[in-house]
Design a binder for this molecule. Structure first.
Ligand code: GLA
Length: 751
C-alpha cells in the first residue's frame, strides 16, 4: 500500500520527499508527463520529472536527478513503452549509519567524496589539500542523438561534462566524460573513469569476459558475479592479450546464444584500462565502472585545463549472446571502423612472415608474389626483416630505411612487380620499438622509456620508445610518412611486440611523468590519424604479437587486426569464437599456414582454409613448398571466398555449435540483404562412428526457398532447393568423419 505524508517522510527522510511524490504521481492514471507515449527522438528530456530518456530501437536508458540534484541511473534494458510509467529519481535512504545514501544510490558519475565507498568515477586532490568531491547537476544540452550533462562540485569550479551518444539501430550508447578545472588551483586527477553501467539490482548475475595470452587470445571465460569486486584491466601500456576491455552480463541461467537478456559494454582505449565489476550491498547492485586504469595514474590539471576519458560503450540484447555480438559487429562496422561511411570488403592477403621470417629479399618476395597472385591474392604484405640490419630479432628496430643488401634498388622494383601482378603492396612496421643494436638507439638512448640509472628490461631484445615525447612522436611520424610518400604502400601492418617496462619520463616535470601511460597512446593515435589524413587510401592492420591491441579505440583507426600468432586451425576455432563475442569477423585477420603448426598439429588444407574463411582471409604459407594440388585447391577456395566474403564480413553471424562444447563447431553467416547464407562446419575427432549432430540454421526467411550448394558433397540432404523453415527446424545433416573434417554449404535465396 502507498504510504503518504508524515509516515513516508519519516521512513525515507526529508530528502526523499520528491521521490515519494513521484510514486504518488505514478499511481494516478490521468497524469501525463512529457510526451506521453515514448517519442522516437533518441534523446528526450522529461522536464517535469527531471529525467532523460535515451532510446534506441529496442532499448531504453533512463537517468534522472534526485532530490539531492545528483544524476542517477534509473533503468537500462528493453525498450519501455510509455512515459506514464516513469517516476522521478530519488536517492536510497540511509540503510544504517554504515551504508550512506550516496553509496547505495546508482550515481551515474560518482565523485569520491562525502561517504562514497564504491568504485568512484572521479577522484581528485586539490592543491589546497582538499580530497572531497561531490558532483551535482548544473545544466544540460540536447543535440539530436547526443546529450550533454554538466556536473559541478558543490563548492569548487571543478566541472564534469558527461556526453551520451545514442546509436538507435545498434541498440548502443556511448558515454564519455571530460573533467574541466575552472578553479584557480591545480587539481590532480587520481582516477578518471568514463562512467558506470548498472544492471537491475539483484543476485545471480554471471560475467562473461575474454582472457588469454600470447598465441592463446580471446578465450571466453564465465563466472558468477559475487559480492566484492572483479577487476579486469591492463597495466601493460596497451590493450593486452591477457584481457580485452569487453564484458557481458546475464542473469545466470537465463541467457544462451538465442535467448535471454544480455547487457554488454566495451572501452575504446588501447592503453592501460580498467573495468571494475562490482556487486555492492545491500541490494546486490551490480555495476561496471570503466575508464583509464588508475594504477600509477596521476594527472595534474592546471587552471583552465581539461582531461577527457575514453569512450565507454554499452548495449543490451534480449536475444542472448548471439544478438549481443551481432549488435556489436554492426556497431563496429557502421560506427567505428575507418571505412564506416563506405564499407569495403577486406582483400585476400598474403603475408610473408611464416614463409620467410627475417630472410626476405627482392627475388624471394617476387617469387612468392607471383605464386600468390595466381591463387587470387589481392594484397601482398612483406613482413619483418626488410629494414636496417634486421636479420633476426636482435637488431634493426628503429632504423626504418630499406636494407641495402636485401633490396639494393630499394623497394620500388618489388612494389612495381607486385602491382603489375594486380596486387596492392603492404609493409610491416613496429614503429614504437627500438633495438639497443640500432642506429636510432645509439643516437638517442634517452628516447627509450627508462628510469635514469635503473635497468632497462628488454623483451624480444627490444625497448619501448617513449611515444609520449613530442620529438619521438614527430620522428616516427616523419619516417613513416616518408616511406609512404616515396613508395606505393597501400597497407601497413603496425606491430607492437612487447609491453611497457620501466615507464619513466624524466624530461617531463615530475608531477606529469605518470601521464606517459595516456599521452603515449594519444600520440600513437595521432600518428595514425595524421598518416591516414595525408595518405587517404592507406589501410592499417593492428598487431601486437597477435591480438594484443584490439579494442574500440584502435578500431576507429585500423581496418583489420591480427587475431593471433597462433595460426593453428583447430586452436583458432576457439580464439575466433571468443573474438566474435566482442569483435566483427570483418576485422578478424585469419591466415592459412603450413603444418605441422603450433602444438605439432596437422590439419588438412581444406580445413585450414575454411577456418580462415570465417574472417578476413589471408594466406601465410610458404608457397614455394606447395604442390600443384595445393595450388588448385587454394585457387578454388579463394574463388569461393570471394563469392561469400560480403556475407562473412558484412553479414550477421550465428554461432551454432561451440568448439568449447563438443566435437562439432558450426558457424553461419547471413548477408545483410538476407539473400545469401553460408554454413561452416568442423568436426574435431569422430568417436564410435557417431554421426555429426543435425545443424539447424538460423536467421533465414522461413517462407523463402534456398538453393543449396555443397562444394564437397558432404551434405546428406541432396535436394537442390529447401525452404527456410525446413533449414531452420529440420536442419541439415553433414557427413563429417574422422579427424579435422570440415565443410561449407552456401545457400542462395531463390527469387
Ligand atoms: C609479431 C607478429 C607476427 C610477425 C612478427 C614479426 O610476432 O604478430 O605476425 O609480424 O611479429 O617479427
Amino acid at each position: 500500500m502507498l504510504k503518504t505524508g508524515k509516515n513516508l517522510r519519516r521512513r525515507l527522510g526529508q530528502g526523499a520527499l520528491l521521490g515519494a511524490l513521484m510514486i504518488a504521481v505514478v499511481s494516478a492514471p490521468v497524469r501525463v508527463h512529457g510526451e506521453g507515449a515514448m517519442g522516437d527522438a533518441p534523446v528526450r528530456h522529461v522536464a517535469d520529472l527531471r529525467l532523460w530518456v535515451l532510446s534506441t530501437e529496442r532499448t531504453s536508458y533512463v537517468m534522472g536527478l534526485n532530490e539531492r540534484d545528483e544524476l542517477q541511473t534509473l533503468y537500462w534494458g528493453e525498450r519501455l513503452g510509455s512515459d506514464h510509467d516513469l517516476s522521478a529519481a530519488h536517492s536510497r535512504g540511509e540503510h544504517a549509519s554504515f551504508d550512506s545514501p550516496e553509496t547505495m544510490t546508482n550515481l551515474e558519475y560518482p565523485g569520491w567524496g562525502g561517504r562514497y565507498y564504491s568504485e568512484p568515477a572521479l577522484k581528485v586532490t586539490l592543491a589546497s589539500g582538499v580530497r572531497d568531491l561531490v558532483l551535482k547537476y548544473v545544466s544540460q544540452e540536447i543535440r539530436g542523438d547526443t546529450l550533454e550533462i554538466r556536473l559541478k562540485d558543490i563548492q569548487y569550479d571543478l566541472f564534469v561534462k558527461l556526453t551520451y551518444k545514442v546509436f538507435p539501430k545498434e541498440d548502443m550508447i556511448r558515454k564519455q566524460a571530460e573533467i574541466d578545472n575552472r578553479t584557480p588551483q591545480v587539481v590532480t586527477v587520481e582516477s578518471a573513469q568514463s562512467g558506470a553501467w548498472y544492471v537491475p539490482a539483484g543476485e545471480g548475475y554471471r560475467l562473461t569476459y575474454l582472457t588469454g595470452r600470447w598465441a592463446g587470445e580471446t578465450q571466453l571465460t564465465r563466472e558468477p558475479i559475487l559480492p566484492g569486486k572483479k577487476v579486469l584491466e591492463s597495466r601493460r601500456g596497451n590493450t593486452s592479450h591477457q584481457l580485452n576491455p569487453w564484458f557481458a552480463i546475464d542473469a545466470r541461467g537465463e541467457a544462451d546464444e538465442e535467448h535471454g537478456r544480455v547487457w554488454f559494454g566495451a572501452l575504446g582505449w588501447s592503453g592501460n584500462w580498467k573495468l571494475v565489476v562490482e556487486d555492492t550491498p545491500p541490494a546486490h547492485q551490480v555495476r561496471v565502472t570503466g575508464g583509464y586504469n588508475d594504477f600509477d595514474f596521476s594527472w595534474p590539471l592546471a587552471p583552465g585545463e581539461s582531461l577527457s576519458t575514453p569512450p565507454y560503450y554499452g548495449g543490451f540484447s534480449r536475444q542472448g549472446f548471439g544478438e549481443a555480438s551481432r549488435l556489436l559487429h554492426r556497431f563496429e562496422r557502421d560506427e567505428i571502423l575507418p571505412d564506416r561511411a563506405h564499407p569495403r570488403v577486406r582483400p585476400v592477403l598474403y603475408n610473408s612472415w611464416e614463409a620467410t621470417e627475417f630472410n626476405v629479399s627482392e627475388a624471394g618476395q617476387k617469387a612468392l608474389a607471383e605464386k600468390a597472385a595466381k591463387i587470387g591474392v589481392e594484397l601482398f604484405v612483406m613482413d619483418d626483416g626488410w629494414f636496417g640490419k634486421r636479420n633476426d630479432d636482435h637488431a634493426g628496430l628503429g632504423d626504418w630505411y630499406v636494407n641495402p643488401q636485401k633490396f639494393p634498388n630499394g623497394l620500388k622494383p618489388l612494389i612495381s612487380y607486385v602491382n603489375s601482378l594486380g596486387m596492392d603492396f603492404g609493409l610491416w612496421f613496429e614503429p614504437e620499438m627500438v633495438n639497443p643494436d640500432s642506429d636510432l638507439y645509439r643516437q638517442h638512448p634517452d628516447w627509450a622509456m627508462n628510469f635514469p640509472g635503473r635497468p632497462r628490461s628488454e623483451a624480444r631484445n627490444q625497448l619501448v620508445l617513449n611515444m609520449a615525447r613530442q620529438d619521438v612522436k614527430e620522428y616516427i611520424f616523419g619516417v613513416l610518412d616518408k616511406m609512404l610518400s616515396e613508395n606505393n604502400i597501400k597497407y601497413i601492418k603496425w606491430d607492437m611486440n612487447r609491453h611497457f617496462g620501466e615507464p619513466g619520463w624524466q624530461e617531463a616535470p615530475l608531477p606529469e611523468q605518470k601521464e606517459i601511460w595516456v599521452k603515449y597512446v594519444r600520440n600513437v593515435y595521432e600518428i595514425i590519424d595524421r598518416l591516414r589524413a595525408k595518405h587517404p587510401s592507406l589501410e592499417i592492420e593492428s598487431c601486437s604479437g597477435g591480438g594484443g591491441r584490439v579494442d574500440l579505440g584502435i578500431l576507429e583507426r585500423v581496418n583489420e587486426v591480427w587475431t593471433s600468432d597462433n595460426t593453428e586451425a583447430f586452436d583458432r576455432l576457439r580464439i575466433q569464437e571468443g573474438f566474435s563475442f566482442a569483435h566483427a569477423p570483418k576485422i578478424m585477420s585469419a591466415w592459412v599456414t603450413d603444418v605441422p603448426n603450433m602444438n605439432g598439429r596437422s590439419t588438412p588444407l581444406p580445413y585450414r582454409f575454411l577456418v580462415a574463411m570465417q574472417g578476413a582471409l589471408g594466406i601465410g604459407s610458404n608457397l614455394n613448398k606447395w604442390s600443384a594440388e595445393d595450388f588448385a585447391l587454394a585457387t578454388r577456395m579463394v574463388t569461393t571466398y570471394k563469392s561469400i566474403r560480403e556475407t562473412v564480413q558484412q553479414g550477421d553471424l550465428y554461432r551454432l555449435f561451440s568448439p568449447r562444447e563438443g566435437e562439432l563447431t558450426a558457424n553461419q553467416y547471413v548477408s545483410a540483404d538476407g539473400k545469401q547464407a553460408v554454413l561452416f562446419a568442423f568436426l574435431h575427432s569422430q568417436q564410435y562412428l557417431r554421426p555429426a549432430p543435425t545443424v539447424c540454421l538460423r536467421g533465414l526467411d522461413g517462407k523463402a526457398a534456398y538453393r543449396i550448394k555443397s562444394l564437397d558433397g558432404k551434405l546428406v540432404e541432396k535436394q537442390e532447393v529447401l525452404s527456410g523453415s525446413f533449414l531452420m527446424h529440420h536442419g541439415l545433416n553433414l557427413n563429417l568423419r574422422g579427424d579435422y573434417d570440415s565443410t561449407v554449404v552456401i545457400l542462395e535465396k531463390a527469387e
